[in-house]
Write a protein that binds this ligand. Structure first.
Ligand code: NAD
Length: 251
């Protein structure tokens, strides 16, 4: 059974790997045997150190994903170091909180650029390599806000809805090339992204009251899900948005 989840010899690119969910998923893939390309704005020294302790190889790539111009560099560096891309985790994401009536065009464009446009074009670039071997796993990080509208975060909700739809569109075209494209929709996870909600006693209580599991999620809660979707265990899973939310959506 273990071989179904074994990632030995695989190369995974994880964006937003410096902290939070990206760091947790990078570690999980390394524990399953993969070498990891860590992509982030300011470097991922902490994650790199943790992974190397586990005996896996890493490449730390600094890139600003608000522009698609950095994508070519990420792919080139990965191919130079590891020769192939087996797994892509499109995780980097940003959020802006402002009432819709005052929401700026800048906050709209910046969120859509990182969370949706780059997700599509990085997947496209990685798939060009995966297609050569008819083998690949692309996992996009969506959100509960692919299903719900959220509060004060209109561009974020729009971008995460887009991630879910990009996932299905790509799955439809690329399953025939041996590439599985799926998404994870995390619930309320305790990271920098949700710091203002955790620090607001009223919002935090309202959130916790609705989570059947009775706690915020943590990066480790995505470990099993990401290894499943990155491994042979999910070879017949295509275009799925897998919710990991302690039961929030079931309420
Ligand atoms: P985080 O803010 O802790 O980490 C975000 C990561 O993305 C960092 O590594 C950061 O460097 C990187 N990043 C952001 N903008 C970038 C850019 N322009 N270029 C390069 N890297 C960039 O967030 P997190 O909570 O770990 O979230 C990770 C993903 O999960 C995001 O897509 C987020 O929307 C999604 N998500 C988070 C939650 C949650 O509750 N925390 C819930 C659902 C979905």
């Amino acid at each position: 059974m273990n071989t179904l989840f074994d990632l030995t010899g695989k190369t995974a690119i994880v964006t937003g790997a410096s902290t939070g969910l990206g760091a947790g998923m990078a570690l999980a893939l390394a524990e399953a045997g993969a070498d990891i390309v860590l992509v982030s704005r300011n470097g991922s020294a902490g994650t790199k150190k943790e992974i190397e302790k586990k005996g896996r190889n890493t490449l730390d790539v600094v890139a600003d994903l608000s522009a698609t111009s950095q994508i070519h560099m990420i792919v080139e560096k990965t191919l130079l170091e590891f020769g192939k891309i087996d797994i892509l985790i499109n995780n980097a994401g940003i959020i802006r909180r402002t009432p819709a009536i005052d929401f700026s065009e800048k906050d709209w464009d910046e969120v859509m650029a990182v969370n949706a446009k780059t997700v599509f074009f990085l997947a496209q670039a990685a798939a060009k390599d995966m297609m050569k071997r008819k083998d690949g796993k692309i996992i996009n990080i969506s959100s509960l806000l692919a299903f719900q509208g959220g509060i004060l975060v209109p561009s974020y909700a729009a971008s995460k809805g887009a991630v879910a739809q990009i996932t299905k569109a790509l799955a439809n075209e690329w399953a025939q090339h041996g590439i599985n494209v799926n998404a994870i929709a995390p619930g309320y996870m305790a990271t920098n992204n949700t710091r203002p909600l955790q620090d607001d006693p009223a919002r935090s209580k309202a959130i916790l009251d609705r989570i059947p599991a009775g706690r915020w999620g943590k990066p480790d809660d995505l470990k099993g899900t990401v290894v499943f979707l990155a491994s042979a265990a999910s070879d017949y899973v295509n275009g799925h948005v897998l919710v990991v939310d302690g039961g929030w959506l079931a309420r």
